[in-house]
Design a protein around this ligand. Structure first.
Ligand code: NAD
Length: 312
């Protein structure tokens, strides 16, 4: 298997800086390329802050935050790297230019994973002469805190590459799923989009306020979904008969609700309705305060899940 002791990060903004922190925490060395002025300072500052969080999660025992280097080209960054995580802006010409630049410099057994959220693997593969060792490794923001990575290869991918990438991600504390088919938004973002669509529909229909819809999610299904997925949970919803009994009992109910779900659009009016509703619900709490509360609670939740044998 490829030696992943040395890694590279291409593009070190929101996602790349967080991946860099996690790769370092796992004991890997990291070389970073980002053309932005002073990106080295920004990345080091980000890593300093992320290190405390990762320590609380028990992710830093093998790591050293100083094993990071910054270089002036993408090509230099991938020299000698076993695993390359690409996080350049979500624009196909930039992705293609990056792949064309690095391909001649890659080790023959290196794996390159793209963090792309919206572009498909197929679109990005056209930037390669040989895309056999190039895959999708889509994280959830921020990668050093949220375990999920969606991994995808296809018929152009060498057969050993997806399993090797999954093993790497799991070694650094991630939870992986395999995406088997190109679908815009992959899996987790589509699930979020489906739930948010109905949340907006409920507010637009006057059923509940923005604050109460959010409360209903966080205090109800959201708490259960941090532990198990919806199908597993519904399999526990009809006693010892399991999922078959649940489907039998509730098929009419769900089919009726599905018929009735809304299809709102994010127009300027909808957006203003949500902004006003959120302002009422959060009562002057700043975005920074809410983000800090979210991150602290996610860390505590993950520690609790780890102690019960689940999660990171
Ligand atoms: N932000 C998210 O929530 C999120 C979540 C999952 C995946 N992603 C994906 O991660 C990728 C990066 O997104 P982001 O949110 O970190 O964007 P970002 O704008 O925060 O960071 C992009 C970085 O790339 C740098 N850059 C610009 N041109 C470059 C080049 N030619 N080579 C190397 N670096 C270059 C920029 O200076 C910047 O620091 C995108 O494909 C995005 O879809 C984002």
């Amino acid at each position: 298997m490829t030696d992943f002791a040395h890694t590279a990060i291409l593009g070190a903004g929101t996602i790349g800086a967080s991946w860099a922190a996690l790769f370092l925490a796992s004991g890997r060395s990291v070389t970073v390329y980002d053309p932005a002025a002073s990106s080295d300072i920004a990345v080091r500052t980000y890593i300093d802050q992320a290190w405390h969080t990762m320590s609380d999660l028990g992710l830093t025992a093998r790591g050293n935050p100083d094993r990071i280097a910054f270089v002036n080209t993408a090509r230099d960054a991938v020299e000698g790297a076993g695993f390359v995580q690409e996080n350049v802006p979500e624009r196909l010409p930039i992705k293609h230019a990056t792949f064309a630049e690095i391909e001649p410099a890659l080790a023959s057994d290196a794996i390159v994973a793209s963090s792309a959220s919206g572009l498909t693997l197929g679109q990005m593969q056209t930037g390669w002469d040989n895309p056999g060792r190039f895959i999708l490794g889509h994280p959830f923001n921020p990668p050093h805190l949220i375990p999920l990575v969606e991994v995808m290869g296809n018929d152009q991918t060498d057969p050993d590459v997806v399993p090797a990438a999954e093993a790497f991600y799991e070694d650094i504390g991630k939870v992986t799923i395999r995406v088997k088919k190109e679908f815009p938004g992959h899996v987790a973002n589509r699930l979020q989009a489906a739930v948010w669509r109905e949340a907006i529909h409920l507010v637009q229909s006057g059923v509940a306020s923005v604050g109460d819809v959010d409360k209903a999610m966080a205090a109800g299904p959201g708490l259960r979904w941090a532990v198990m997925g919806p199908t597993t949970l519904f399999g526990l919803g009809a006693g010892s008969g399991g999922l078959a009994a649940f489907c039998d009992h509730f098929s009419d109910t769900f089919n009726g609700w599905w018929e009735d779900l809304g299809t709102p659009e994010l127009t300027p009016e909808t957006s203003q309705m949500l902004v006003d509703g959120l302002a009422d619900a959060t009562n002057g709490t700043s975005v920074e305060q809410l983000a800090a509360e979210r991150d602290a609670k996610i860390v505590r939740l993950q520690i609790a899940l780890a102690h019960s044998g689940k999660g990171a």
